[in-house]
Write a protein that binds this ligand. Structure first.
Ligand SMILES: [Zn+2]
Ligand SMILES: [Zn+2]
Length: 331
């Protein structure tokens, strides 16, 4: 569907009946067309992409560059196959490219580090393997090839008709980029800002030390890029970046306050804190124990990210006891 002149949006399904879509965008230009993001690597997604192109009278060969906002499976999984079919070049930030091999190819080391992290944050031994391996199913939906072109902060991508500033927005992923077209005031923002849900920001072996601080800095920094249309990786296109960014920052402030309260009655591990937070508030709230193993892991990693931010702000302290990190309120 052409949503504004020169920009086509194609919605690609999630695999295994998981609800949700990835929005990918084709931006037409006099010197070639840019595809922003791919989708999961599955035959259904490839078919949906073909149908979406056809609906807008485009062909695979019309795509010249595939720019990936970040390497999560729902944005990058299909990039290699599309590269072959379109005879296009895959483009992404250098930092993101540097994570591909350890995440999707030789992932034993990363799995070991994550297991260590989950264990040291209090995940009980009988849940450890289930949570540690909760994301392995994703690998079948990713073809983990390295990009043809690596981007650096401040690069510019032009297709003859539109010119995009490459803005690195670490937080959701360390090498996540947004693309900004200054004349049109368009912002293609991947998973950095979503209208209906709060993007996941978790602490893990590839996230950097304080991903939530990085994320909030990235959100605040975007304020200087005045935008009339924000094209996200999921959910509706919207036009109020400042408002939405404010709501997301507010959400994290509330979560931090809730964690401070949870820490008021004793020293707790991140796992213990996570079990006391009501999750999925947008859909009425779900107790930690009722979440899937995958969601429980995300919940723990998000909790650690909040605790790391609170620690950097001097509001909580951390001690190590028998190999487990325990947090206490300093308020
Ligand atoms: Zn993502
Ligand atoms: Zn996503």
């Amino acid at each position: 569907m052409q949503i504004v002149a020169g920009v086509h949006q194609i919605k690609l399904p999630f695999p295994q009946d998981i609800p949700g879509h990835t929005n990918v965008y084709v931006v037409e230009g006099s010197k070639g067309n840019i595809l922003i993001d791919s989708g999961w690597d599955s035959s259904e997604v490839l078919w949906a992409f073909r149908e979406g192109l056809k609906e807008d009278f485009l062909k695979f060969q019309d795509i010249n560059w595939i720019v990936i906002t970040h390497i999560h499976a729902d944005h990058y999984g299909l990039a290699s196959k599309l590269k072959e079919l379109c005879q296009a070049e895959v483009v992404m930030h250098r930092i993101e490219a540097g994570l591909i091999t350890s995440r999707y190819r030789d992932f034993d080391g990363l799995l070991g580090e994550l297991r260590e992290e989950l264990s040291s944050h209090g995940v009980p031994q009988d849940e450890l393997t289930e949570l540690n391996e909760a994301s392995l199913w994703i690998n079948q939906f990713v073809s983990p090839d390295l990009p043809d072109i690596m981007l650096d902060d401040g690069d510019i991508i032009s297709n003859g008709s539109f010119e995009f500033d490459v803005i690195r927005t670490p937080g959701h992923s360390p090498g996540h980029i947004c693309l900004y077209e200054a004349r049109k005031r368009w912002l293609f923002c991947g998973d950095h800002v979503l209208f209906e849900t709060t993007p996941h920001v978790g602490f893990h072996p590839q996230s950097g030390d304080n991903p939530l601080q990085d994320y909030i800095n990235s959100l605040e920094m975007l304020d200087r890029y005045k935008s009339n249309f924000i094209f996200p990786g999921h959910g509706p296109v919207f036009n109020s970046l400042k408002l939405r960014a404010g709501e997301i920052i507010q959400h994290h402030e509330q979560r931090k306050r809730a964690i401070m309260e949870i820490l008021n009655d004793g020293l707790k591990s991140a796992y213990q804190v996570a079990t006391e937070i009501p999750w999925k508030a947008e859909t009425g709230g779900t107790a930690f124990g009722d979440l899937s193993p995958w969601d429980r892991r995300l919940a723990i990693l998000e909790t650690i990210a909040h605790l790391k931010l609170l620690a950097s702000e001097g509001k909580v302290g951390k001690i190590d006891q028998n190999g487990i990190s325990l947090y206490l309120s300093k308020a």
